[in-house]
Design a protein around this ligand. Structure first.
Ligand code: SF4
Length: 151
């Protein structure tokens, strides 16, 4: 059975920077959970950051908070934790929250804290993809189902 790494906030865990979740309601997700496919992680917590925490955005190879603190190392540690979890459990598929500086897979914020999204990916997504793990966003459940062979 193929497992799926999933952003903890998409499963309703209140781990976002603002202490909120982004729980996703979808019958496919509920079924995958019942089947025991879902492996939950919040890379930013795994990297040692607290809840709540200052919002952060990617600026080139660095990640900085809105107050200008460099949190690149914590984001990199979280990405490594996600990769190690995938490798330990043979996970080849991930469902990660779009827009996040860790979990985004198609869009992230542009680094100016102005609410502007640009094409890009989060730190965890980039590391997972570099190791052959396919990353989908919450808007791509149909594609993920296909990848699971549920076409
Ligand atoms: Fe959700 Fe990922 Fe942000 Fe954690 S790092 S709150 S899992 S989007």
């Amino acid at each position: 059975m193929q497992k799926i790494l999933i952003s903890a906030c998409l499963l309703g865990q209140p781990v976002r920077y603002d202490g909120q979740s982004k729980g996703l309601t979808d019958p496919r997700l509920a079924r995958w959970q019942a089947e025991g496919r879902l492996v939950t992680l919040c890379p930013e917590l795994a990297g040692g950051l607290p809840v709540p925490r200052a919002p952060a955005e990617r600026q080139g190879t660095r990640v900085v908070t809105v107050q200008g603190q460099d949190v690149t190392d914590a984001f990199a540690a979280g990405a490594q934790a996600a990769l190690q979890l995938c490798q330990a459990q043979g996970i080849q598929l991930a469902l990660l929250k779009e827009g996040s500086p860790s979990c985004g897979s198609g869009q992230i914020y542009d680094g100016r804290f102005a609410g502007q999204r640009v094409t890009g990916e989060g730190v965890t997504t980039a590391l997972l993809r570099a190791h052959g793990i396919r990353v989908y966003s919450e808007t791509q459940l149909a594609e993920l189902a296909l990848a699971l062979g549920e076409g």
